[in-house]
Design a binder for this molecule. Structure first.
Ligand code: G1P
Length: 301
């Protein structure tokens, strides 16, 4: 089973930096954002590879994941074996690439990974966000296994004034993940989805549960994406294909705590994620607090 990570965007929110560096390669501590997402994608049992949907404008992403034996040998010769091992680790991840040179929307990006996914279920992980403990997709796989292999998406409560920024589901709570004792919109609750709408107006939103950016989907979704008309924003929307899926298959949603993950989608969120990861990293936290300076430390409380 494969996981698809769409990464062909232009990264306009990070201009001017993204003139030179793809936003997926911006570092969180010493690793690029996308490596955290790849490692998270490989965590559930059965996922044996990741297909990154790139554009030909960003060859640096492929270079990052490719082997460079000469470089590793040079590091090792100069006594930097630990760094050589980190470089090697990135290049040994099972990553392949497909291309989306026309930005036609998330649904179109996912469809570009159809060949890699084959005729099997597949995960989709949006790359602006990663879950350090890597458990979210594992729990989604549990829900799917308990529901006959049905598709499962991660959702979370969102304030009413923000519903128009996301995909929103309709449905009803039908149970709880075994690790939780949850109901309604609590973390761990499982919903049976009866409808989905991409970026609805506030008054049209069928609930306050938004799609977080983690999907475990049956192969039928690829078939539906092939004939999906453009929707919100003139783009081919994955959410619209999932709405059509409901005519043929069951779809479940697992309520998650989005704060389990780290957002890197805007410069402020990316900076906060670096701070959070630095504070959580025993090798970095003291030096990080020291480097922040007294005034900033006081503001952090
Ligand atoms: C995409 C999805 C949307 C989802 C969101 C999560 O939207 O289309 O359903 O809620 O990701 O981040 P985008 O952020 O690409 O506009």
């Amino acid at each position: 089973m494969k996981a698809i990570i769409p990464a062909a965007g232009l990264g306009t929110r990070f201009l001017p930096a993204t003139r030179a560096t793809p936003k997926e390669l911006l570092p969180v501590l010493d690793k690029p954002v996308i490596q955290y997402v790849v490692e998270e994608a490989l965590e559930p049992d059965g996922v044996d590879g990741v297909c990154i949907i790139n554009s030909h404008e960003k060859p640096e992403i492929e270079k990052y994941f490719s082997v460079d034996e000469d470089f590793e040998a040079m590091l090792a010769r100069s006594g930097k074996e630990a760094l050589a091992a980190k470089v090697h680790e990135a290049s040994s991840l099972p990553v392949s690439f497909a291309y989306q040179d026309d930005p036609k929307g998330l649904g179109h990006a996912v469809l570009c990974g159809a060949e890699a996914a084959g005729d099997e279920p597949f995960f989709v992980l949006l790359g602006d966000y990663f879950v350090p403990d890597r458990r979210m997709c594992v729990r989604m796989a549990d829900v799917s296994a308990a529901r006959g292999g049905a598709s499962v998406i991660a959702v979370a409560p969102v304030p009413e004034d923000q519903v128009s920024r996301y995909g929103i589901i309709a449905g009803a709570c039908v149970g709880s993940h075994p690790d939780y004792d949850a109901a309604g919109e609590e973390e761990g609750a499982i919903w049976k989805v009866t409808g989905l709408v991409e970026k609805p107006k506030r008054e049209d939103a069928p609930s306050h549960l938004f799609i977080v950016g983690r999907y475990l989907l049956t192969p039928r979704v690829m078939g539906l994406l092939k004939t999906q008309d453009p929707g919100a924003g003139g783009e081919i929307q994955l959410t619209d294909a999932l709405q059509r899926l409901l005519d043929e298959e069951e779809l479940y949603a697992l309520v998650v705590d989005p704060d389990e993950g780290c957002d890197t989608g805007t410069p402020a969120a990316w900076a906060a994620t670096n701070a959070r990861m630095a504070l959580a990293d025993p090798e970095s936290s003291d030096a990080f607090l020291e480097a922040l300076g007294r005034e900033a430390r006081d503001r952090l409380g």
